[in-house]
Write a protein that binds this ligand. Structure first.
Ligand code: SF4
Ligand code: SF4
Length: 430
């Protein structure tokens, strides 16, 4: 019996098999397969725990098929933390079966910041050789493990660490915060980090940007690589403690969740890290939470934007951090901007980190419903709060030849505050 699954037995036995999760599971909607839905996964975990099932490749595949979108968790009358069951099952499977080679390679890179930096620079060069540039991004020239029609963003010429100073001071600051950028913001959308500094500086908030920061570890955790994720958590806990800031601000729900929820859990058994992990957890905020609850958005700073927009709520901002609706409220304050809500802003887009890379067809089917929602709003801009969702939405919009641009919440606010119209173009910073 796996100790890992034993540790979440209390979640497994809470399930009363009511099937409420079926109604909200984006993968069940596409596959109609019981083992794709939360109830089926919980029963699979119960069967392994009871010794009726072994750690087979088929079982690994079943647990792979989950977006960790938490829609089931929000809709479960028994409060079953299906996300925890799935993550522990993946960790147990990784221990018993070993990791697939691509996961081992990715984990080795993400866990070593210097290697990651070198790898991303090399990827920037090879992307130009292996991909061709289109209107909305880059598509593979050859089958490099990706669908040939897939559209991905170009890697940034200069990543955020190269563009943003460590200290972004203001006179008489009302607060001092640290930015945790995350990999997608650092390497793909550095404009999001620049926008955050611009918006917070205008609110009298000093922003420090610890340059030693690295991947939050969530991608490893999601693939069951728990021990390495634990070391990455410990590294950040001490780094951000040493920064001596009042708060840590994130621009990605998954990173925010890692800091707030996963780090204290991962480090709870380590005396030298546990207290600091809890303290960090208590002062980490997504930017939408920060501008709602900590330093409220100053409406007098906002300038008019003649924009018609809609908003996609990332799963890990809305359900993961419990911040649903906060970004929408901020964005609605922008003068002259027209907001048309989509039918279900919190429905998963299918991106889910690496899920869309590993299960492109299924992820695209999930995305298709979101694209129809977007189309129904008539909006010209889709705002969201997560880089991974942005990559997924941008690909779908390209596939369907839809004209909408995708922006991060904080970029839209920066545009309103500074009058800039292009990403990254704040106060002349590029
Ligand atoms: S909604 Fe909750 S209790 Fe009901 S079947 Fe799904 S996981 Fe089990
Ligand atoms: S987390 Fe999302 S994809 Fe996974 S079982 Fe729950 S609803 Fe389905």
């Amino acid at each position: 019996m796996s100790n890992r699954l034993k540790s979440i037995e209390h979640e497994i036995i809470k399930c009363m098999k009511c099937g409420n999760c079926q109604a909200v599971c984006p993968l069940y909607k596409e596959t109609r397969a019981e083992n794709a839905v939360a109830r089926g996964k919980v029963q699979l975990a119960a069967a392994v725990l009871g010794g009726k099932l072994d750690y087979t490749a088929e079982l690994a595949h079943r647990f792979d098929l989950c977006l960790t979108c938490m829609a089931c968790v929000s809709n479960c009358p028994c409060g079953v933390r299906v996300d925890r069951v799935v993550l522990e099952a993946r960790a147990a499977l990784a221990e018993k079966r070993g990791l697939p080679l691509p996961h081992r390679v990715a984990a080795a890179g993400l866990a070593r910041p210097a290697l990651m930096q070198m790898g991303m620079k090399a990827a920037g060069v090879t992307q130009k050789l292996l991909f061709k540039r289109g209107e909305r991004g880059m598509s593979p020239r050859f089958p490099v493990g990706l669908d040939l029609k897939r559209v991905l963003p170009a890697l940034a010429k200069k990543d955020l660490k190269e563009q943003l100073p460590e200290k972004n001071a203001v006179q008489n600051p009302v607060m001092r915060v640290a930015l945790f950028a995350g990999c997608v913001t650092n390497y793909v959308y550095p404009g999001v980090g620049l926008a955050l500094v611009e918006v917070l500086n205008r609110h009298g908030v000093e922003v420090v940007f610890p340059k030693e920061q690295h991947c939050c570890g969530a991608p490893l955790l999601i693939h069951g690589i728990k021990d390495t994720a634990k070391e990455m958590a410990a590294s950040h806990v001490h780094m951000f403690d040493a920064a001596g800031v009042d708060a840590v601000v994130t621009v990605c729900g998954t990173c925010g969740e890692a800091f707030r929820h996963h780090y204290p859990e991962l480090l709870s058994g380590r005396a030298k890290d546990a207290g600091k992990a809890l303290a960090l957890s208590g002062r980490t905020y997504d930017i939408a939470e920060f501008l709602t609850d900590i330093v409220p958005l100053d409406h007098t700073l906002l300038g008019p934007l003649d924009t018609h927009f809609t908003y996609h709520e990332p799963c890990h901002v809305g359900r993961g951090l419990g911040a649903a609706g906060k970004a929408e409220k901020l964005l609605k304050a922008i003068p002259r901007a027209t907001y048309s809500p989509m039918q279900d802003p919190g429905r998963c887009c299918g991106g889910a980190g690496s899920f869309s890379f590993e299960h492109y067809k299924l992820a695209s089917q999930v995305l298709d419903r979101k694209l129809s929602d977007i189309s129904g709003t008539g909006a010209g801009v889709v705002v969201t709060g997560c880089g991974s969702c942005r990559i997924q939405l941008n690909d779908g919009l390209a596939q369907r030849k839809m004209p909408q641009r995708v922006l991060h919440t904080v970029e839209m606010l920066a545009h309103s505050i500074t009058g800039a119209r292009e990403e990254g173009n704040y106060n002349g910073r590029q």
